[in-house]
Ligand binder design. Sequence first.
Ligand SMILES: Nc1ncnc2c1ncn2[C@@H]1O[C@H](COP(=O)(O)OP(=O)(O)OP(=O)(O)O)[C@@H](O)[C@H]1O
Length: 631
Amino acid sequence: MINSLPSRKHSSCDRRDRTNAPMIFSSKSDPYRKSLARLKPALWGVAGFSAIVNVLMLTGSIYMMQVYDRVLSSGSVPTLVGLFTIVVVLYAFLGLYDFLRVRVLARAAVHLDQALADPVYRAWLRSGVPGAAGRDASAQPLRDLEALRGFVGASPMAGLFDLPFVPLFLAVLFIIHPWLGFLTVAGSAVVIGLTLLNQAMTRGLAQKTLHHDAAAQDFAEGGKRGAEAVVAMGMHTAITTRWRGLHDDALAAGQRTSDPNEALTAFSKAFRMLLQSSILTLGALLVLRGEITAGTIIAASLLSGRALAPVDQVVGQMRGVTTTWAAHRRLADFFAALPPPSTPMDLPTPTGDITLNGVTKFAPGDSGPDQKRLLSQVSFTLEPGDGLGVIGNSASGKSTLAKLLVGVWEPDMGELRMGGATRDQWDPAKLGPHIGYMPQSLVLLPGTIRDNIARFDEEASDADVMAAARMAGVHDMILALPEGYKTTVGGTSGTVQLSGGQVQRVGLARAVFGKPALVVLDEPNANLDTTGDEALTAAIRSLRAGGTTVVVMAHRPSAIAAVNKVLVLNNGQQVQFGPKDEVLGKVLAPVPSKQSPQQVASVRQTGCAKAPDPSALPEASPAAPQTGAIR
Ligand SMILES: Nc1ncnc2c1ncn2[C@@H]1O[C@H](COP(=O)(O)OP(=O)(O)OP(=O)(O)O)[C@@H](O)[C@H]1O
């Protein structure tokens, strides 16, 4: 017990939601800014290489002028050979420095990813929690990091580094002849203007396309997840028709976006070719007027091409540039809003005493005065070793309570303490091993059965894994599998397809692994047979005997056979809480005419009941069952 810890007071009006309340900390210290700052030396290196590469790119033009004006007029082969030798050496260096800058950029992209991948992946994982605030937004950082890494490590980034050297080529053109400089500047202005026009015309359309794409993708994935029902009930045609509609909308939106884009791209491509020819024409005119030499025409054409190339490249990749910039802004905001790295006290191992005081949870994403309350003013206390059965009709808030108890959700009002401390006083990584959770929709992760039971802890001992499996009564079943504990399950790589009941029992083993202080089981026996039920009851008894607090959300009465307390929920409200006999007595007492004394006695002993007629239950028991349950 750590009751002596100073408690953080929350008034009942103190609505707090960790995921909704970004805490900004010094922008200079957030990991994103730090990682960008660490890239600076590499980027300076790339800028240096780019300077060398761009100067060396003058080679072709100068060589042309020399060949036309010096070699052709003198007819000197040794001069040609000498010049060519110099050109070979210069191009070799150009290739080397170009390779070096691309390589540095590729490494920088990988380092950026390595530095940021962990928090970004955690945010992505968290986006899988139902009702997580900003669920879609949370999935975004992973995509944004991919976009940023792809951009930094690819050629458009090198194009950006070439941009500052465009004036170098223009300056040389102006030196050769101002008209050539002006023509190239005017051409570049038209290319840039066309790009901006393209951007302005397609911005809104691009957003709509993304939206339609996401809807089609979402439906396609949902259909795949529900494939069994689709196949069994012959829903292929209806599902395909619905998907086809969404897909066609996405295609049409994509087409509307790309139409102006394609027209402008084609036009600007033709325009750039025209510009090259215009330079040659202007050059020829200037030669005829005796203002430049013939060799200069080719050199000027090469130079204007060189001046336009980075503009072309950046302009051609404008969508990528703007997308990456938006990704950068979102990542900067995401990391700035991360809670500062906390240094929680190294609290002693938590015990299973749980206190809820006025705990209220609103529907995630709801706001305003009509916020839906999933759970309202729930208060109770559990001692280590207590077993609590939570019963109530569908949608009464049982799973919501489970999520709050294990920390998947945070209460919006009231407080929840474990071992005397509120959850925010714990380091989540240290608290996690002391909590066992079996969610209602249980999914085993891709890996071996051992990995799943050991929660992917590579240092877990075989003895602990087997102890958990034995407690869940699943050890023999696992040994009977082709590769025993090493059998791979989950995902698409699993070699064995476990039955629903087997999955549930492996999930139970995972929940009890390491004998946590608190174990929360949400509908743990939904798929269990009698043997599984018995194993579950034995596991709950054994956990409680070892001081673990066990909370079981139950529809089927056998799940709460081994508990000593019962909480009845109805429509998010706490209806009853207390010793099992007392609560079940209150819920079941006023039915003498419909239920025999033997039935009531049986319920009190085992928690298992034949359903009383709901119509016979008192109004004070709104959670009364409709079928086959205890309430
Ligand atoms: N992610 C969510 N966002 C918004 N509302 C939710 C969310 N999850 C659950 N709810 C709502 O919360 C209420 C309680 O749901 P909950 O799953 O806690 O009930 P339950 O008692 O466990 O039901 P069941 O016995 O059918 O599993 C329901 O009205 C449900 O629609």
